[in-house]
Design a binder for this molecule. Sequence first.
Ligand code: HEC
Ligand code: HEC
Length: 200
Amino acid sequence: MLRLCIFISLLMTAATAHASDFVGLVQSCEKCHGKDGNSTDPDVPIIAGFSYEGFLNTMEVFREDYRIALRYQKPGEPETVMNEIAKGLSDEEVRSLADYFSQRDFIPARQDVNSALAERGEVIHKKSCEKCHSDNGAHPVEDAAILAGQWTPYLRRQFDNFLSGKRWVPVTMLRRVRKLSEEDIEALLNFYSSKGMQER
Ligand code: HEC
Ligand code: HEC
């Protein structure tokens, strides 16, 4: 009986240690990505509500350096970069994080919108982007991220990354992005932030 108790209490200690490790890991992400992944920093993307597959895909892309992330520093914290963070995680941790963040609700960022530009952006989106980024970019489609309500400064930087080759995207998408003028990109960005406003 005593042995059984010791065994059970050992098991429980292991389980608690594991759970608190995971809480600590989630908190390390929340330092930059905000509570539940709903970032309040316009340079850091919201990661709540992504699809499970999309989250796994993104972490893999960082690990393989198919996407070179911004080096980033929070005041008082060491500078770091998502590629290093992703490489430091075990496969099991990545799966647990995907599970955790995909189950949090995405809270759209509240941002200013130029409605004339947003209307223009809607036309471009419907024609060139809706096929993969459905529901006006609000749907967490498999490996594509949520665009509607994502932070504009973050998204604007991604367009630079696609065009400069710092970030891999499907060829079909790249071809379409290359055809956009700077004003088209601003129109799309206003459209995505207007969708975020509407959902509040
Ligand atoms: C020091 C700040 C910082 C920490 C800590 C951090 N991130 Fe990030 N994360 C960023 C920044 C900045 C970006 C955007 C990179 C870019 O613009 O290229 C990002 C991007 C991402 C993305 C891509 C989102 C998208 O829309 O494509 C995911 C997923 C992500 N982080 C997950 C995590 C997870 C999981 C953790 C914890 C293990 C974590 N991050 C910890 C700063 C951080
Ligand atoms: C063939 C499908 C496809 C088409 C068409 C497409 N995309 Fe994408 N998009 C993707 C995928 C897949 C990703 C994720 C790439 C990765 O692995 O990082 C993505 C990522 C993005 C991101 C990055 C989001 C983030 O959180 O970092 C933006 C912005 C984006 N797409 C905008 C557009 C725009 C604007 C158009 C239309 C001009 C478009 N896409 C057309 C499939 C597509």
